[in-house]
Design a protein around this ligand. Structure first.
Ligand SMILES: [Fe+2]
Length: 297
């Protein structure tokens, strides 16, 4: 009995420690036209920042030294009603880089205390929408920095002579996604096309892949957050299967580059957690530097 309690306390202490082990993951994605120069895309997701999380904010601030060509922020920035200035301060020099963003449920609504194991069970459909957060202030700050809001819209950016085409949806976990608003073939004049969403629900991935987007970028899953060592995630908190809870995959999962209706899929395990469950196991908090390279001739 006592041994079990000690072991449980030890595991909890470990899991709280791991939730602060911020990690930069680097991935190469061969998705550009033959002969194109490499581009570096920094994918940030799920900061869940509170004003007192200095260590996390300092770690994020250092990412500007990577000098990415583009930042993609897939939402869940906030975990406190006073966190907008902290997020803007943490992003710092990254706001001088071209960027695109969508929001997640944790930009719109404040976190609430709930059973920390609830997310391991099937989705009961309940969503916390009681206490709103100042997402409009965050949006205004991003727009003032020149970042593009991809909430249920398409857009394009030219970065150093490379034309990016984008489509994004509002948070599918809340049912806010308007797939009709972004339906249609990806921009054929673009050198690279990205579909962006907070939560990687299959209906969104299916449409972006069918519309010819080269890659789909998403967060939300926290990589499973509490994973089984050497086994992986148990849940994604959406209808994506746990095997694709984080990292670089294809969509559909069994497709290959060059197949029709197939895209790259990058899911970030994110940098944060709910402030009420600040734990991770076998799933480090992460940002990802995606180096986009030319396809093989
Ligand atoms: Fe999140």
């Amino acid at each position: 009995m006592l041994g079990g309690a000690v072991a449980g306390a030890g595991l909890t202490a470990y899991a709280v420690w791991e939730a602060r082990q911020y990690t930069l993951r680097e991935v190469t994605v061969p998705m550009l036209p033959v002969g194109a120069r490499a581009l570096r895309v920094l994918h940030l997701s799920d900061l869940h920042l509170t004003p007192d999380q200095r260590h996390k904010a300092d770690w994020v601030r250092e990412l500007a030294a990577l000098h990415p060509d583009l930042v993609v922020n897939t939402g869940d920035n906030l975990a406190h009603r006073d966190a907008v200035p902290a997020v803007i301060d943490a992003l710092g020099g990254l706001l001088d880089v071209p960027g695109v963003f969508v929001f997640g449920s944790n930009d719109y609504f404040a976190p609430v205390l709930k059973n920390p194991l609830r997310y391991l069970f099937p989705d009961d459909g309940r969503r916390n929408t009681a206490d709103t957060l100042p997402w409009e202030d965050l949006r205004a700050a991003y727009l003032a920095a020149g970042w593009r809001d991809l909430t249920n819209r398409v857009d394009a950016l030219e970065i150093d002579g490379v034309r990016f085409g984008f489509a994004g949806v509002d948070d599918p976990h809340l049912g806010y996604d308007s797939l009709t608003a972004v339906a249609g073939q990806a921009d054929e004049t673009a050198d690279v096309t990205l579909g962006v969403a907070h939560a990687p629900y299959l209906r969104v991935l299916d449409q972006f892949a069918a519309d010819g987007y080269d890659a789909i970028i998403a967060g939300h899953t926290h990589g499973g957050q509490v994973c089984v060592p050497f086994v992986g995630a148990l849940t994604t908190n959406c209808d994506l299967e746990p095997a694709r809870a984080k990292g670089l995959h294809r969509h559909p999962a069994d497709s290959h580059d060059g197949d029709p209706d197939s895209s790259w899929l990058h899911v970030s395990a994110g940098l944060g957690t709910s402030p009420f469950t600040p734990i991770r196991v076998a799933c480090r908090p992460e940002a990802t530097l995606l180096t986009l390279t030319a396809r093989r001739p």
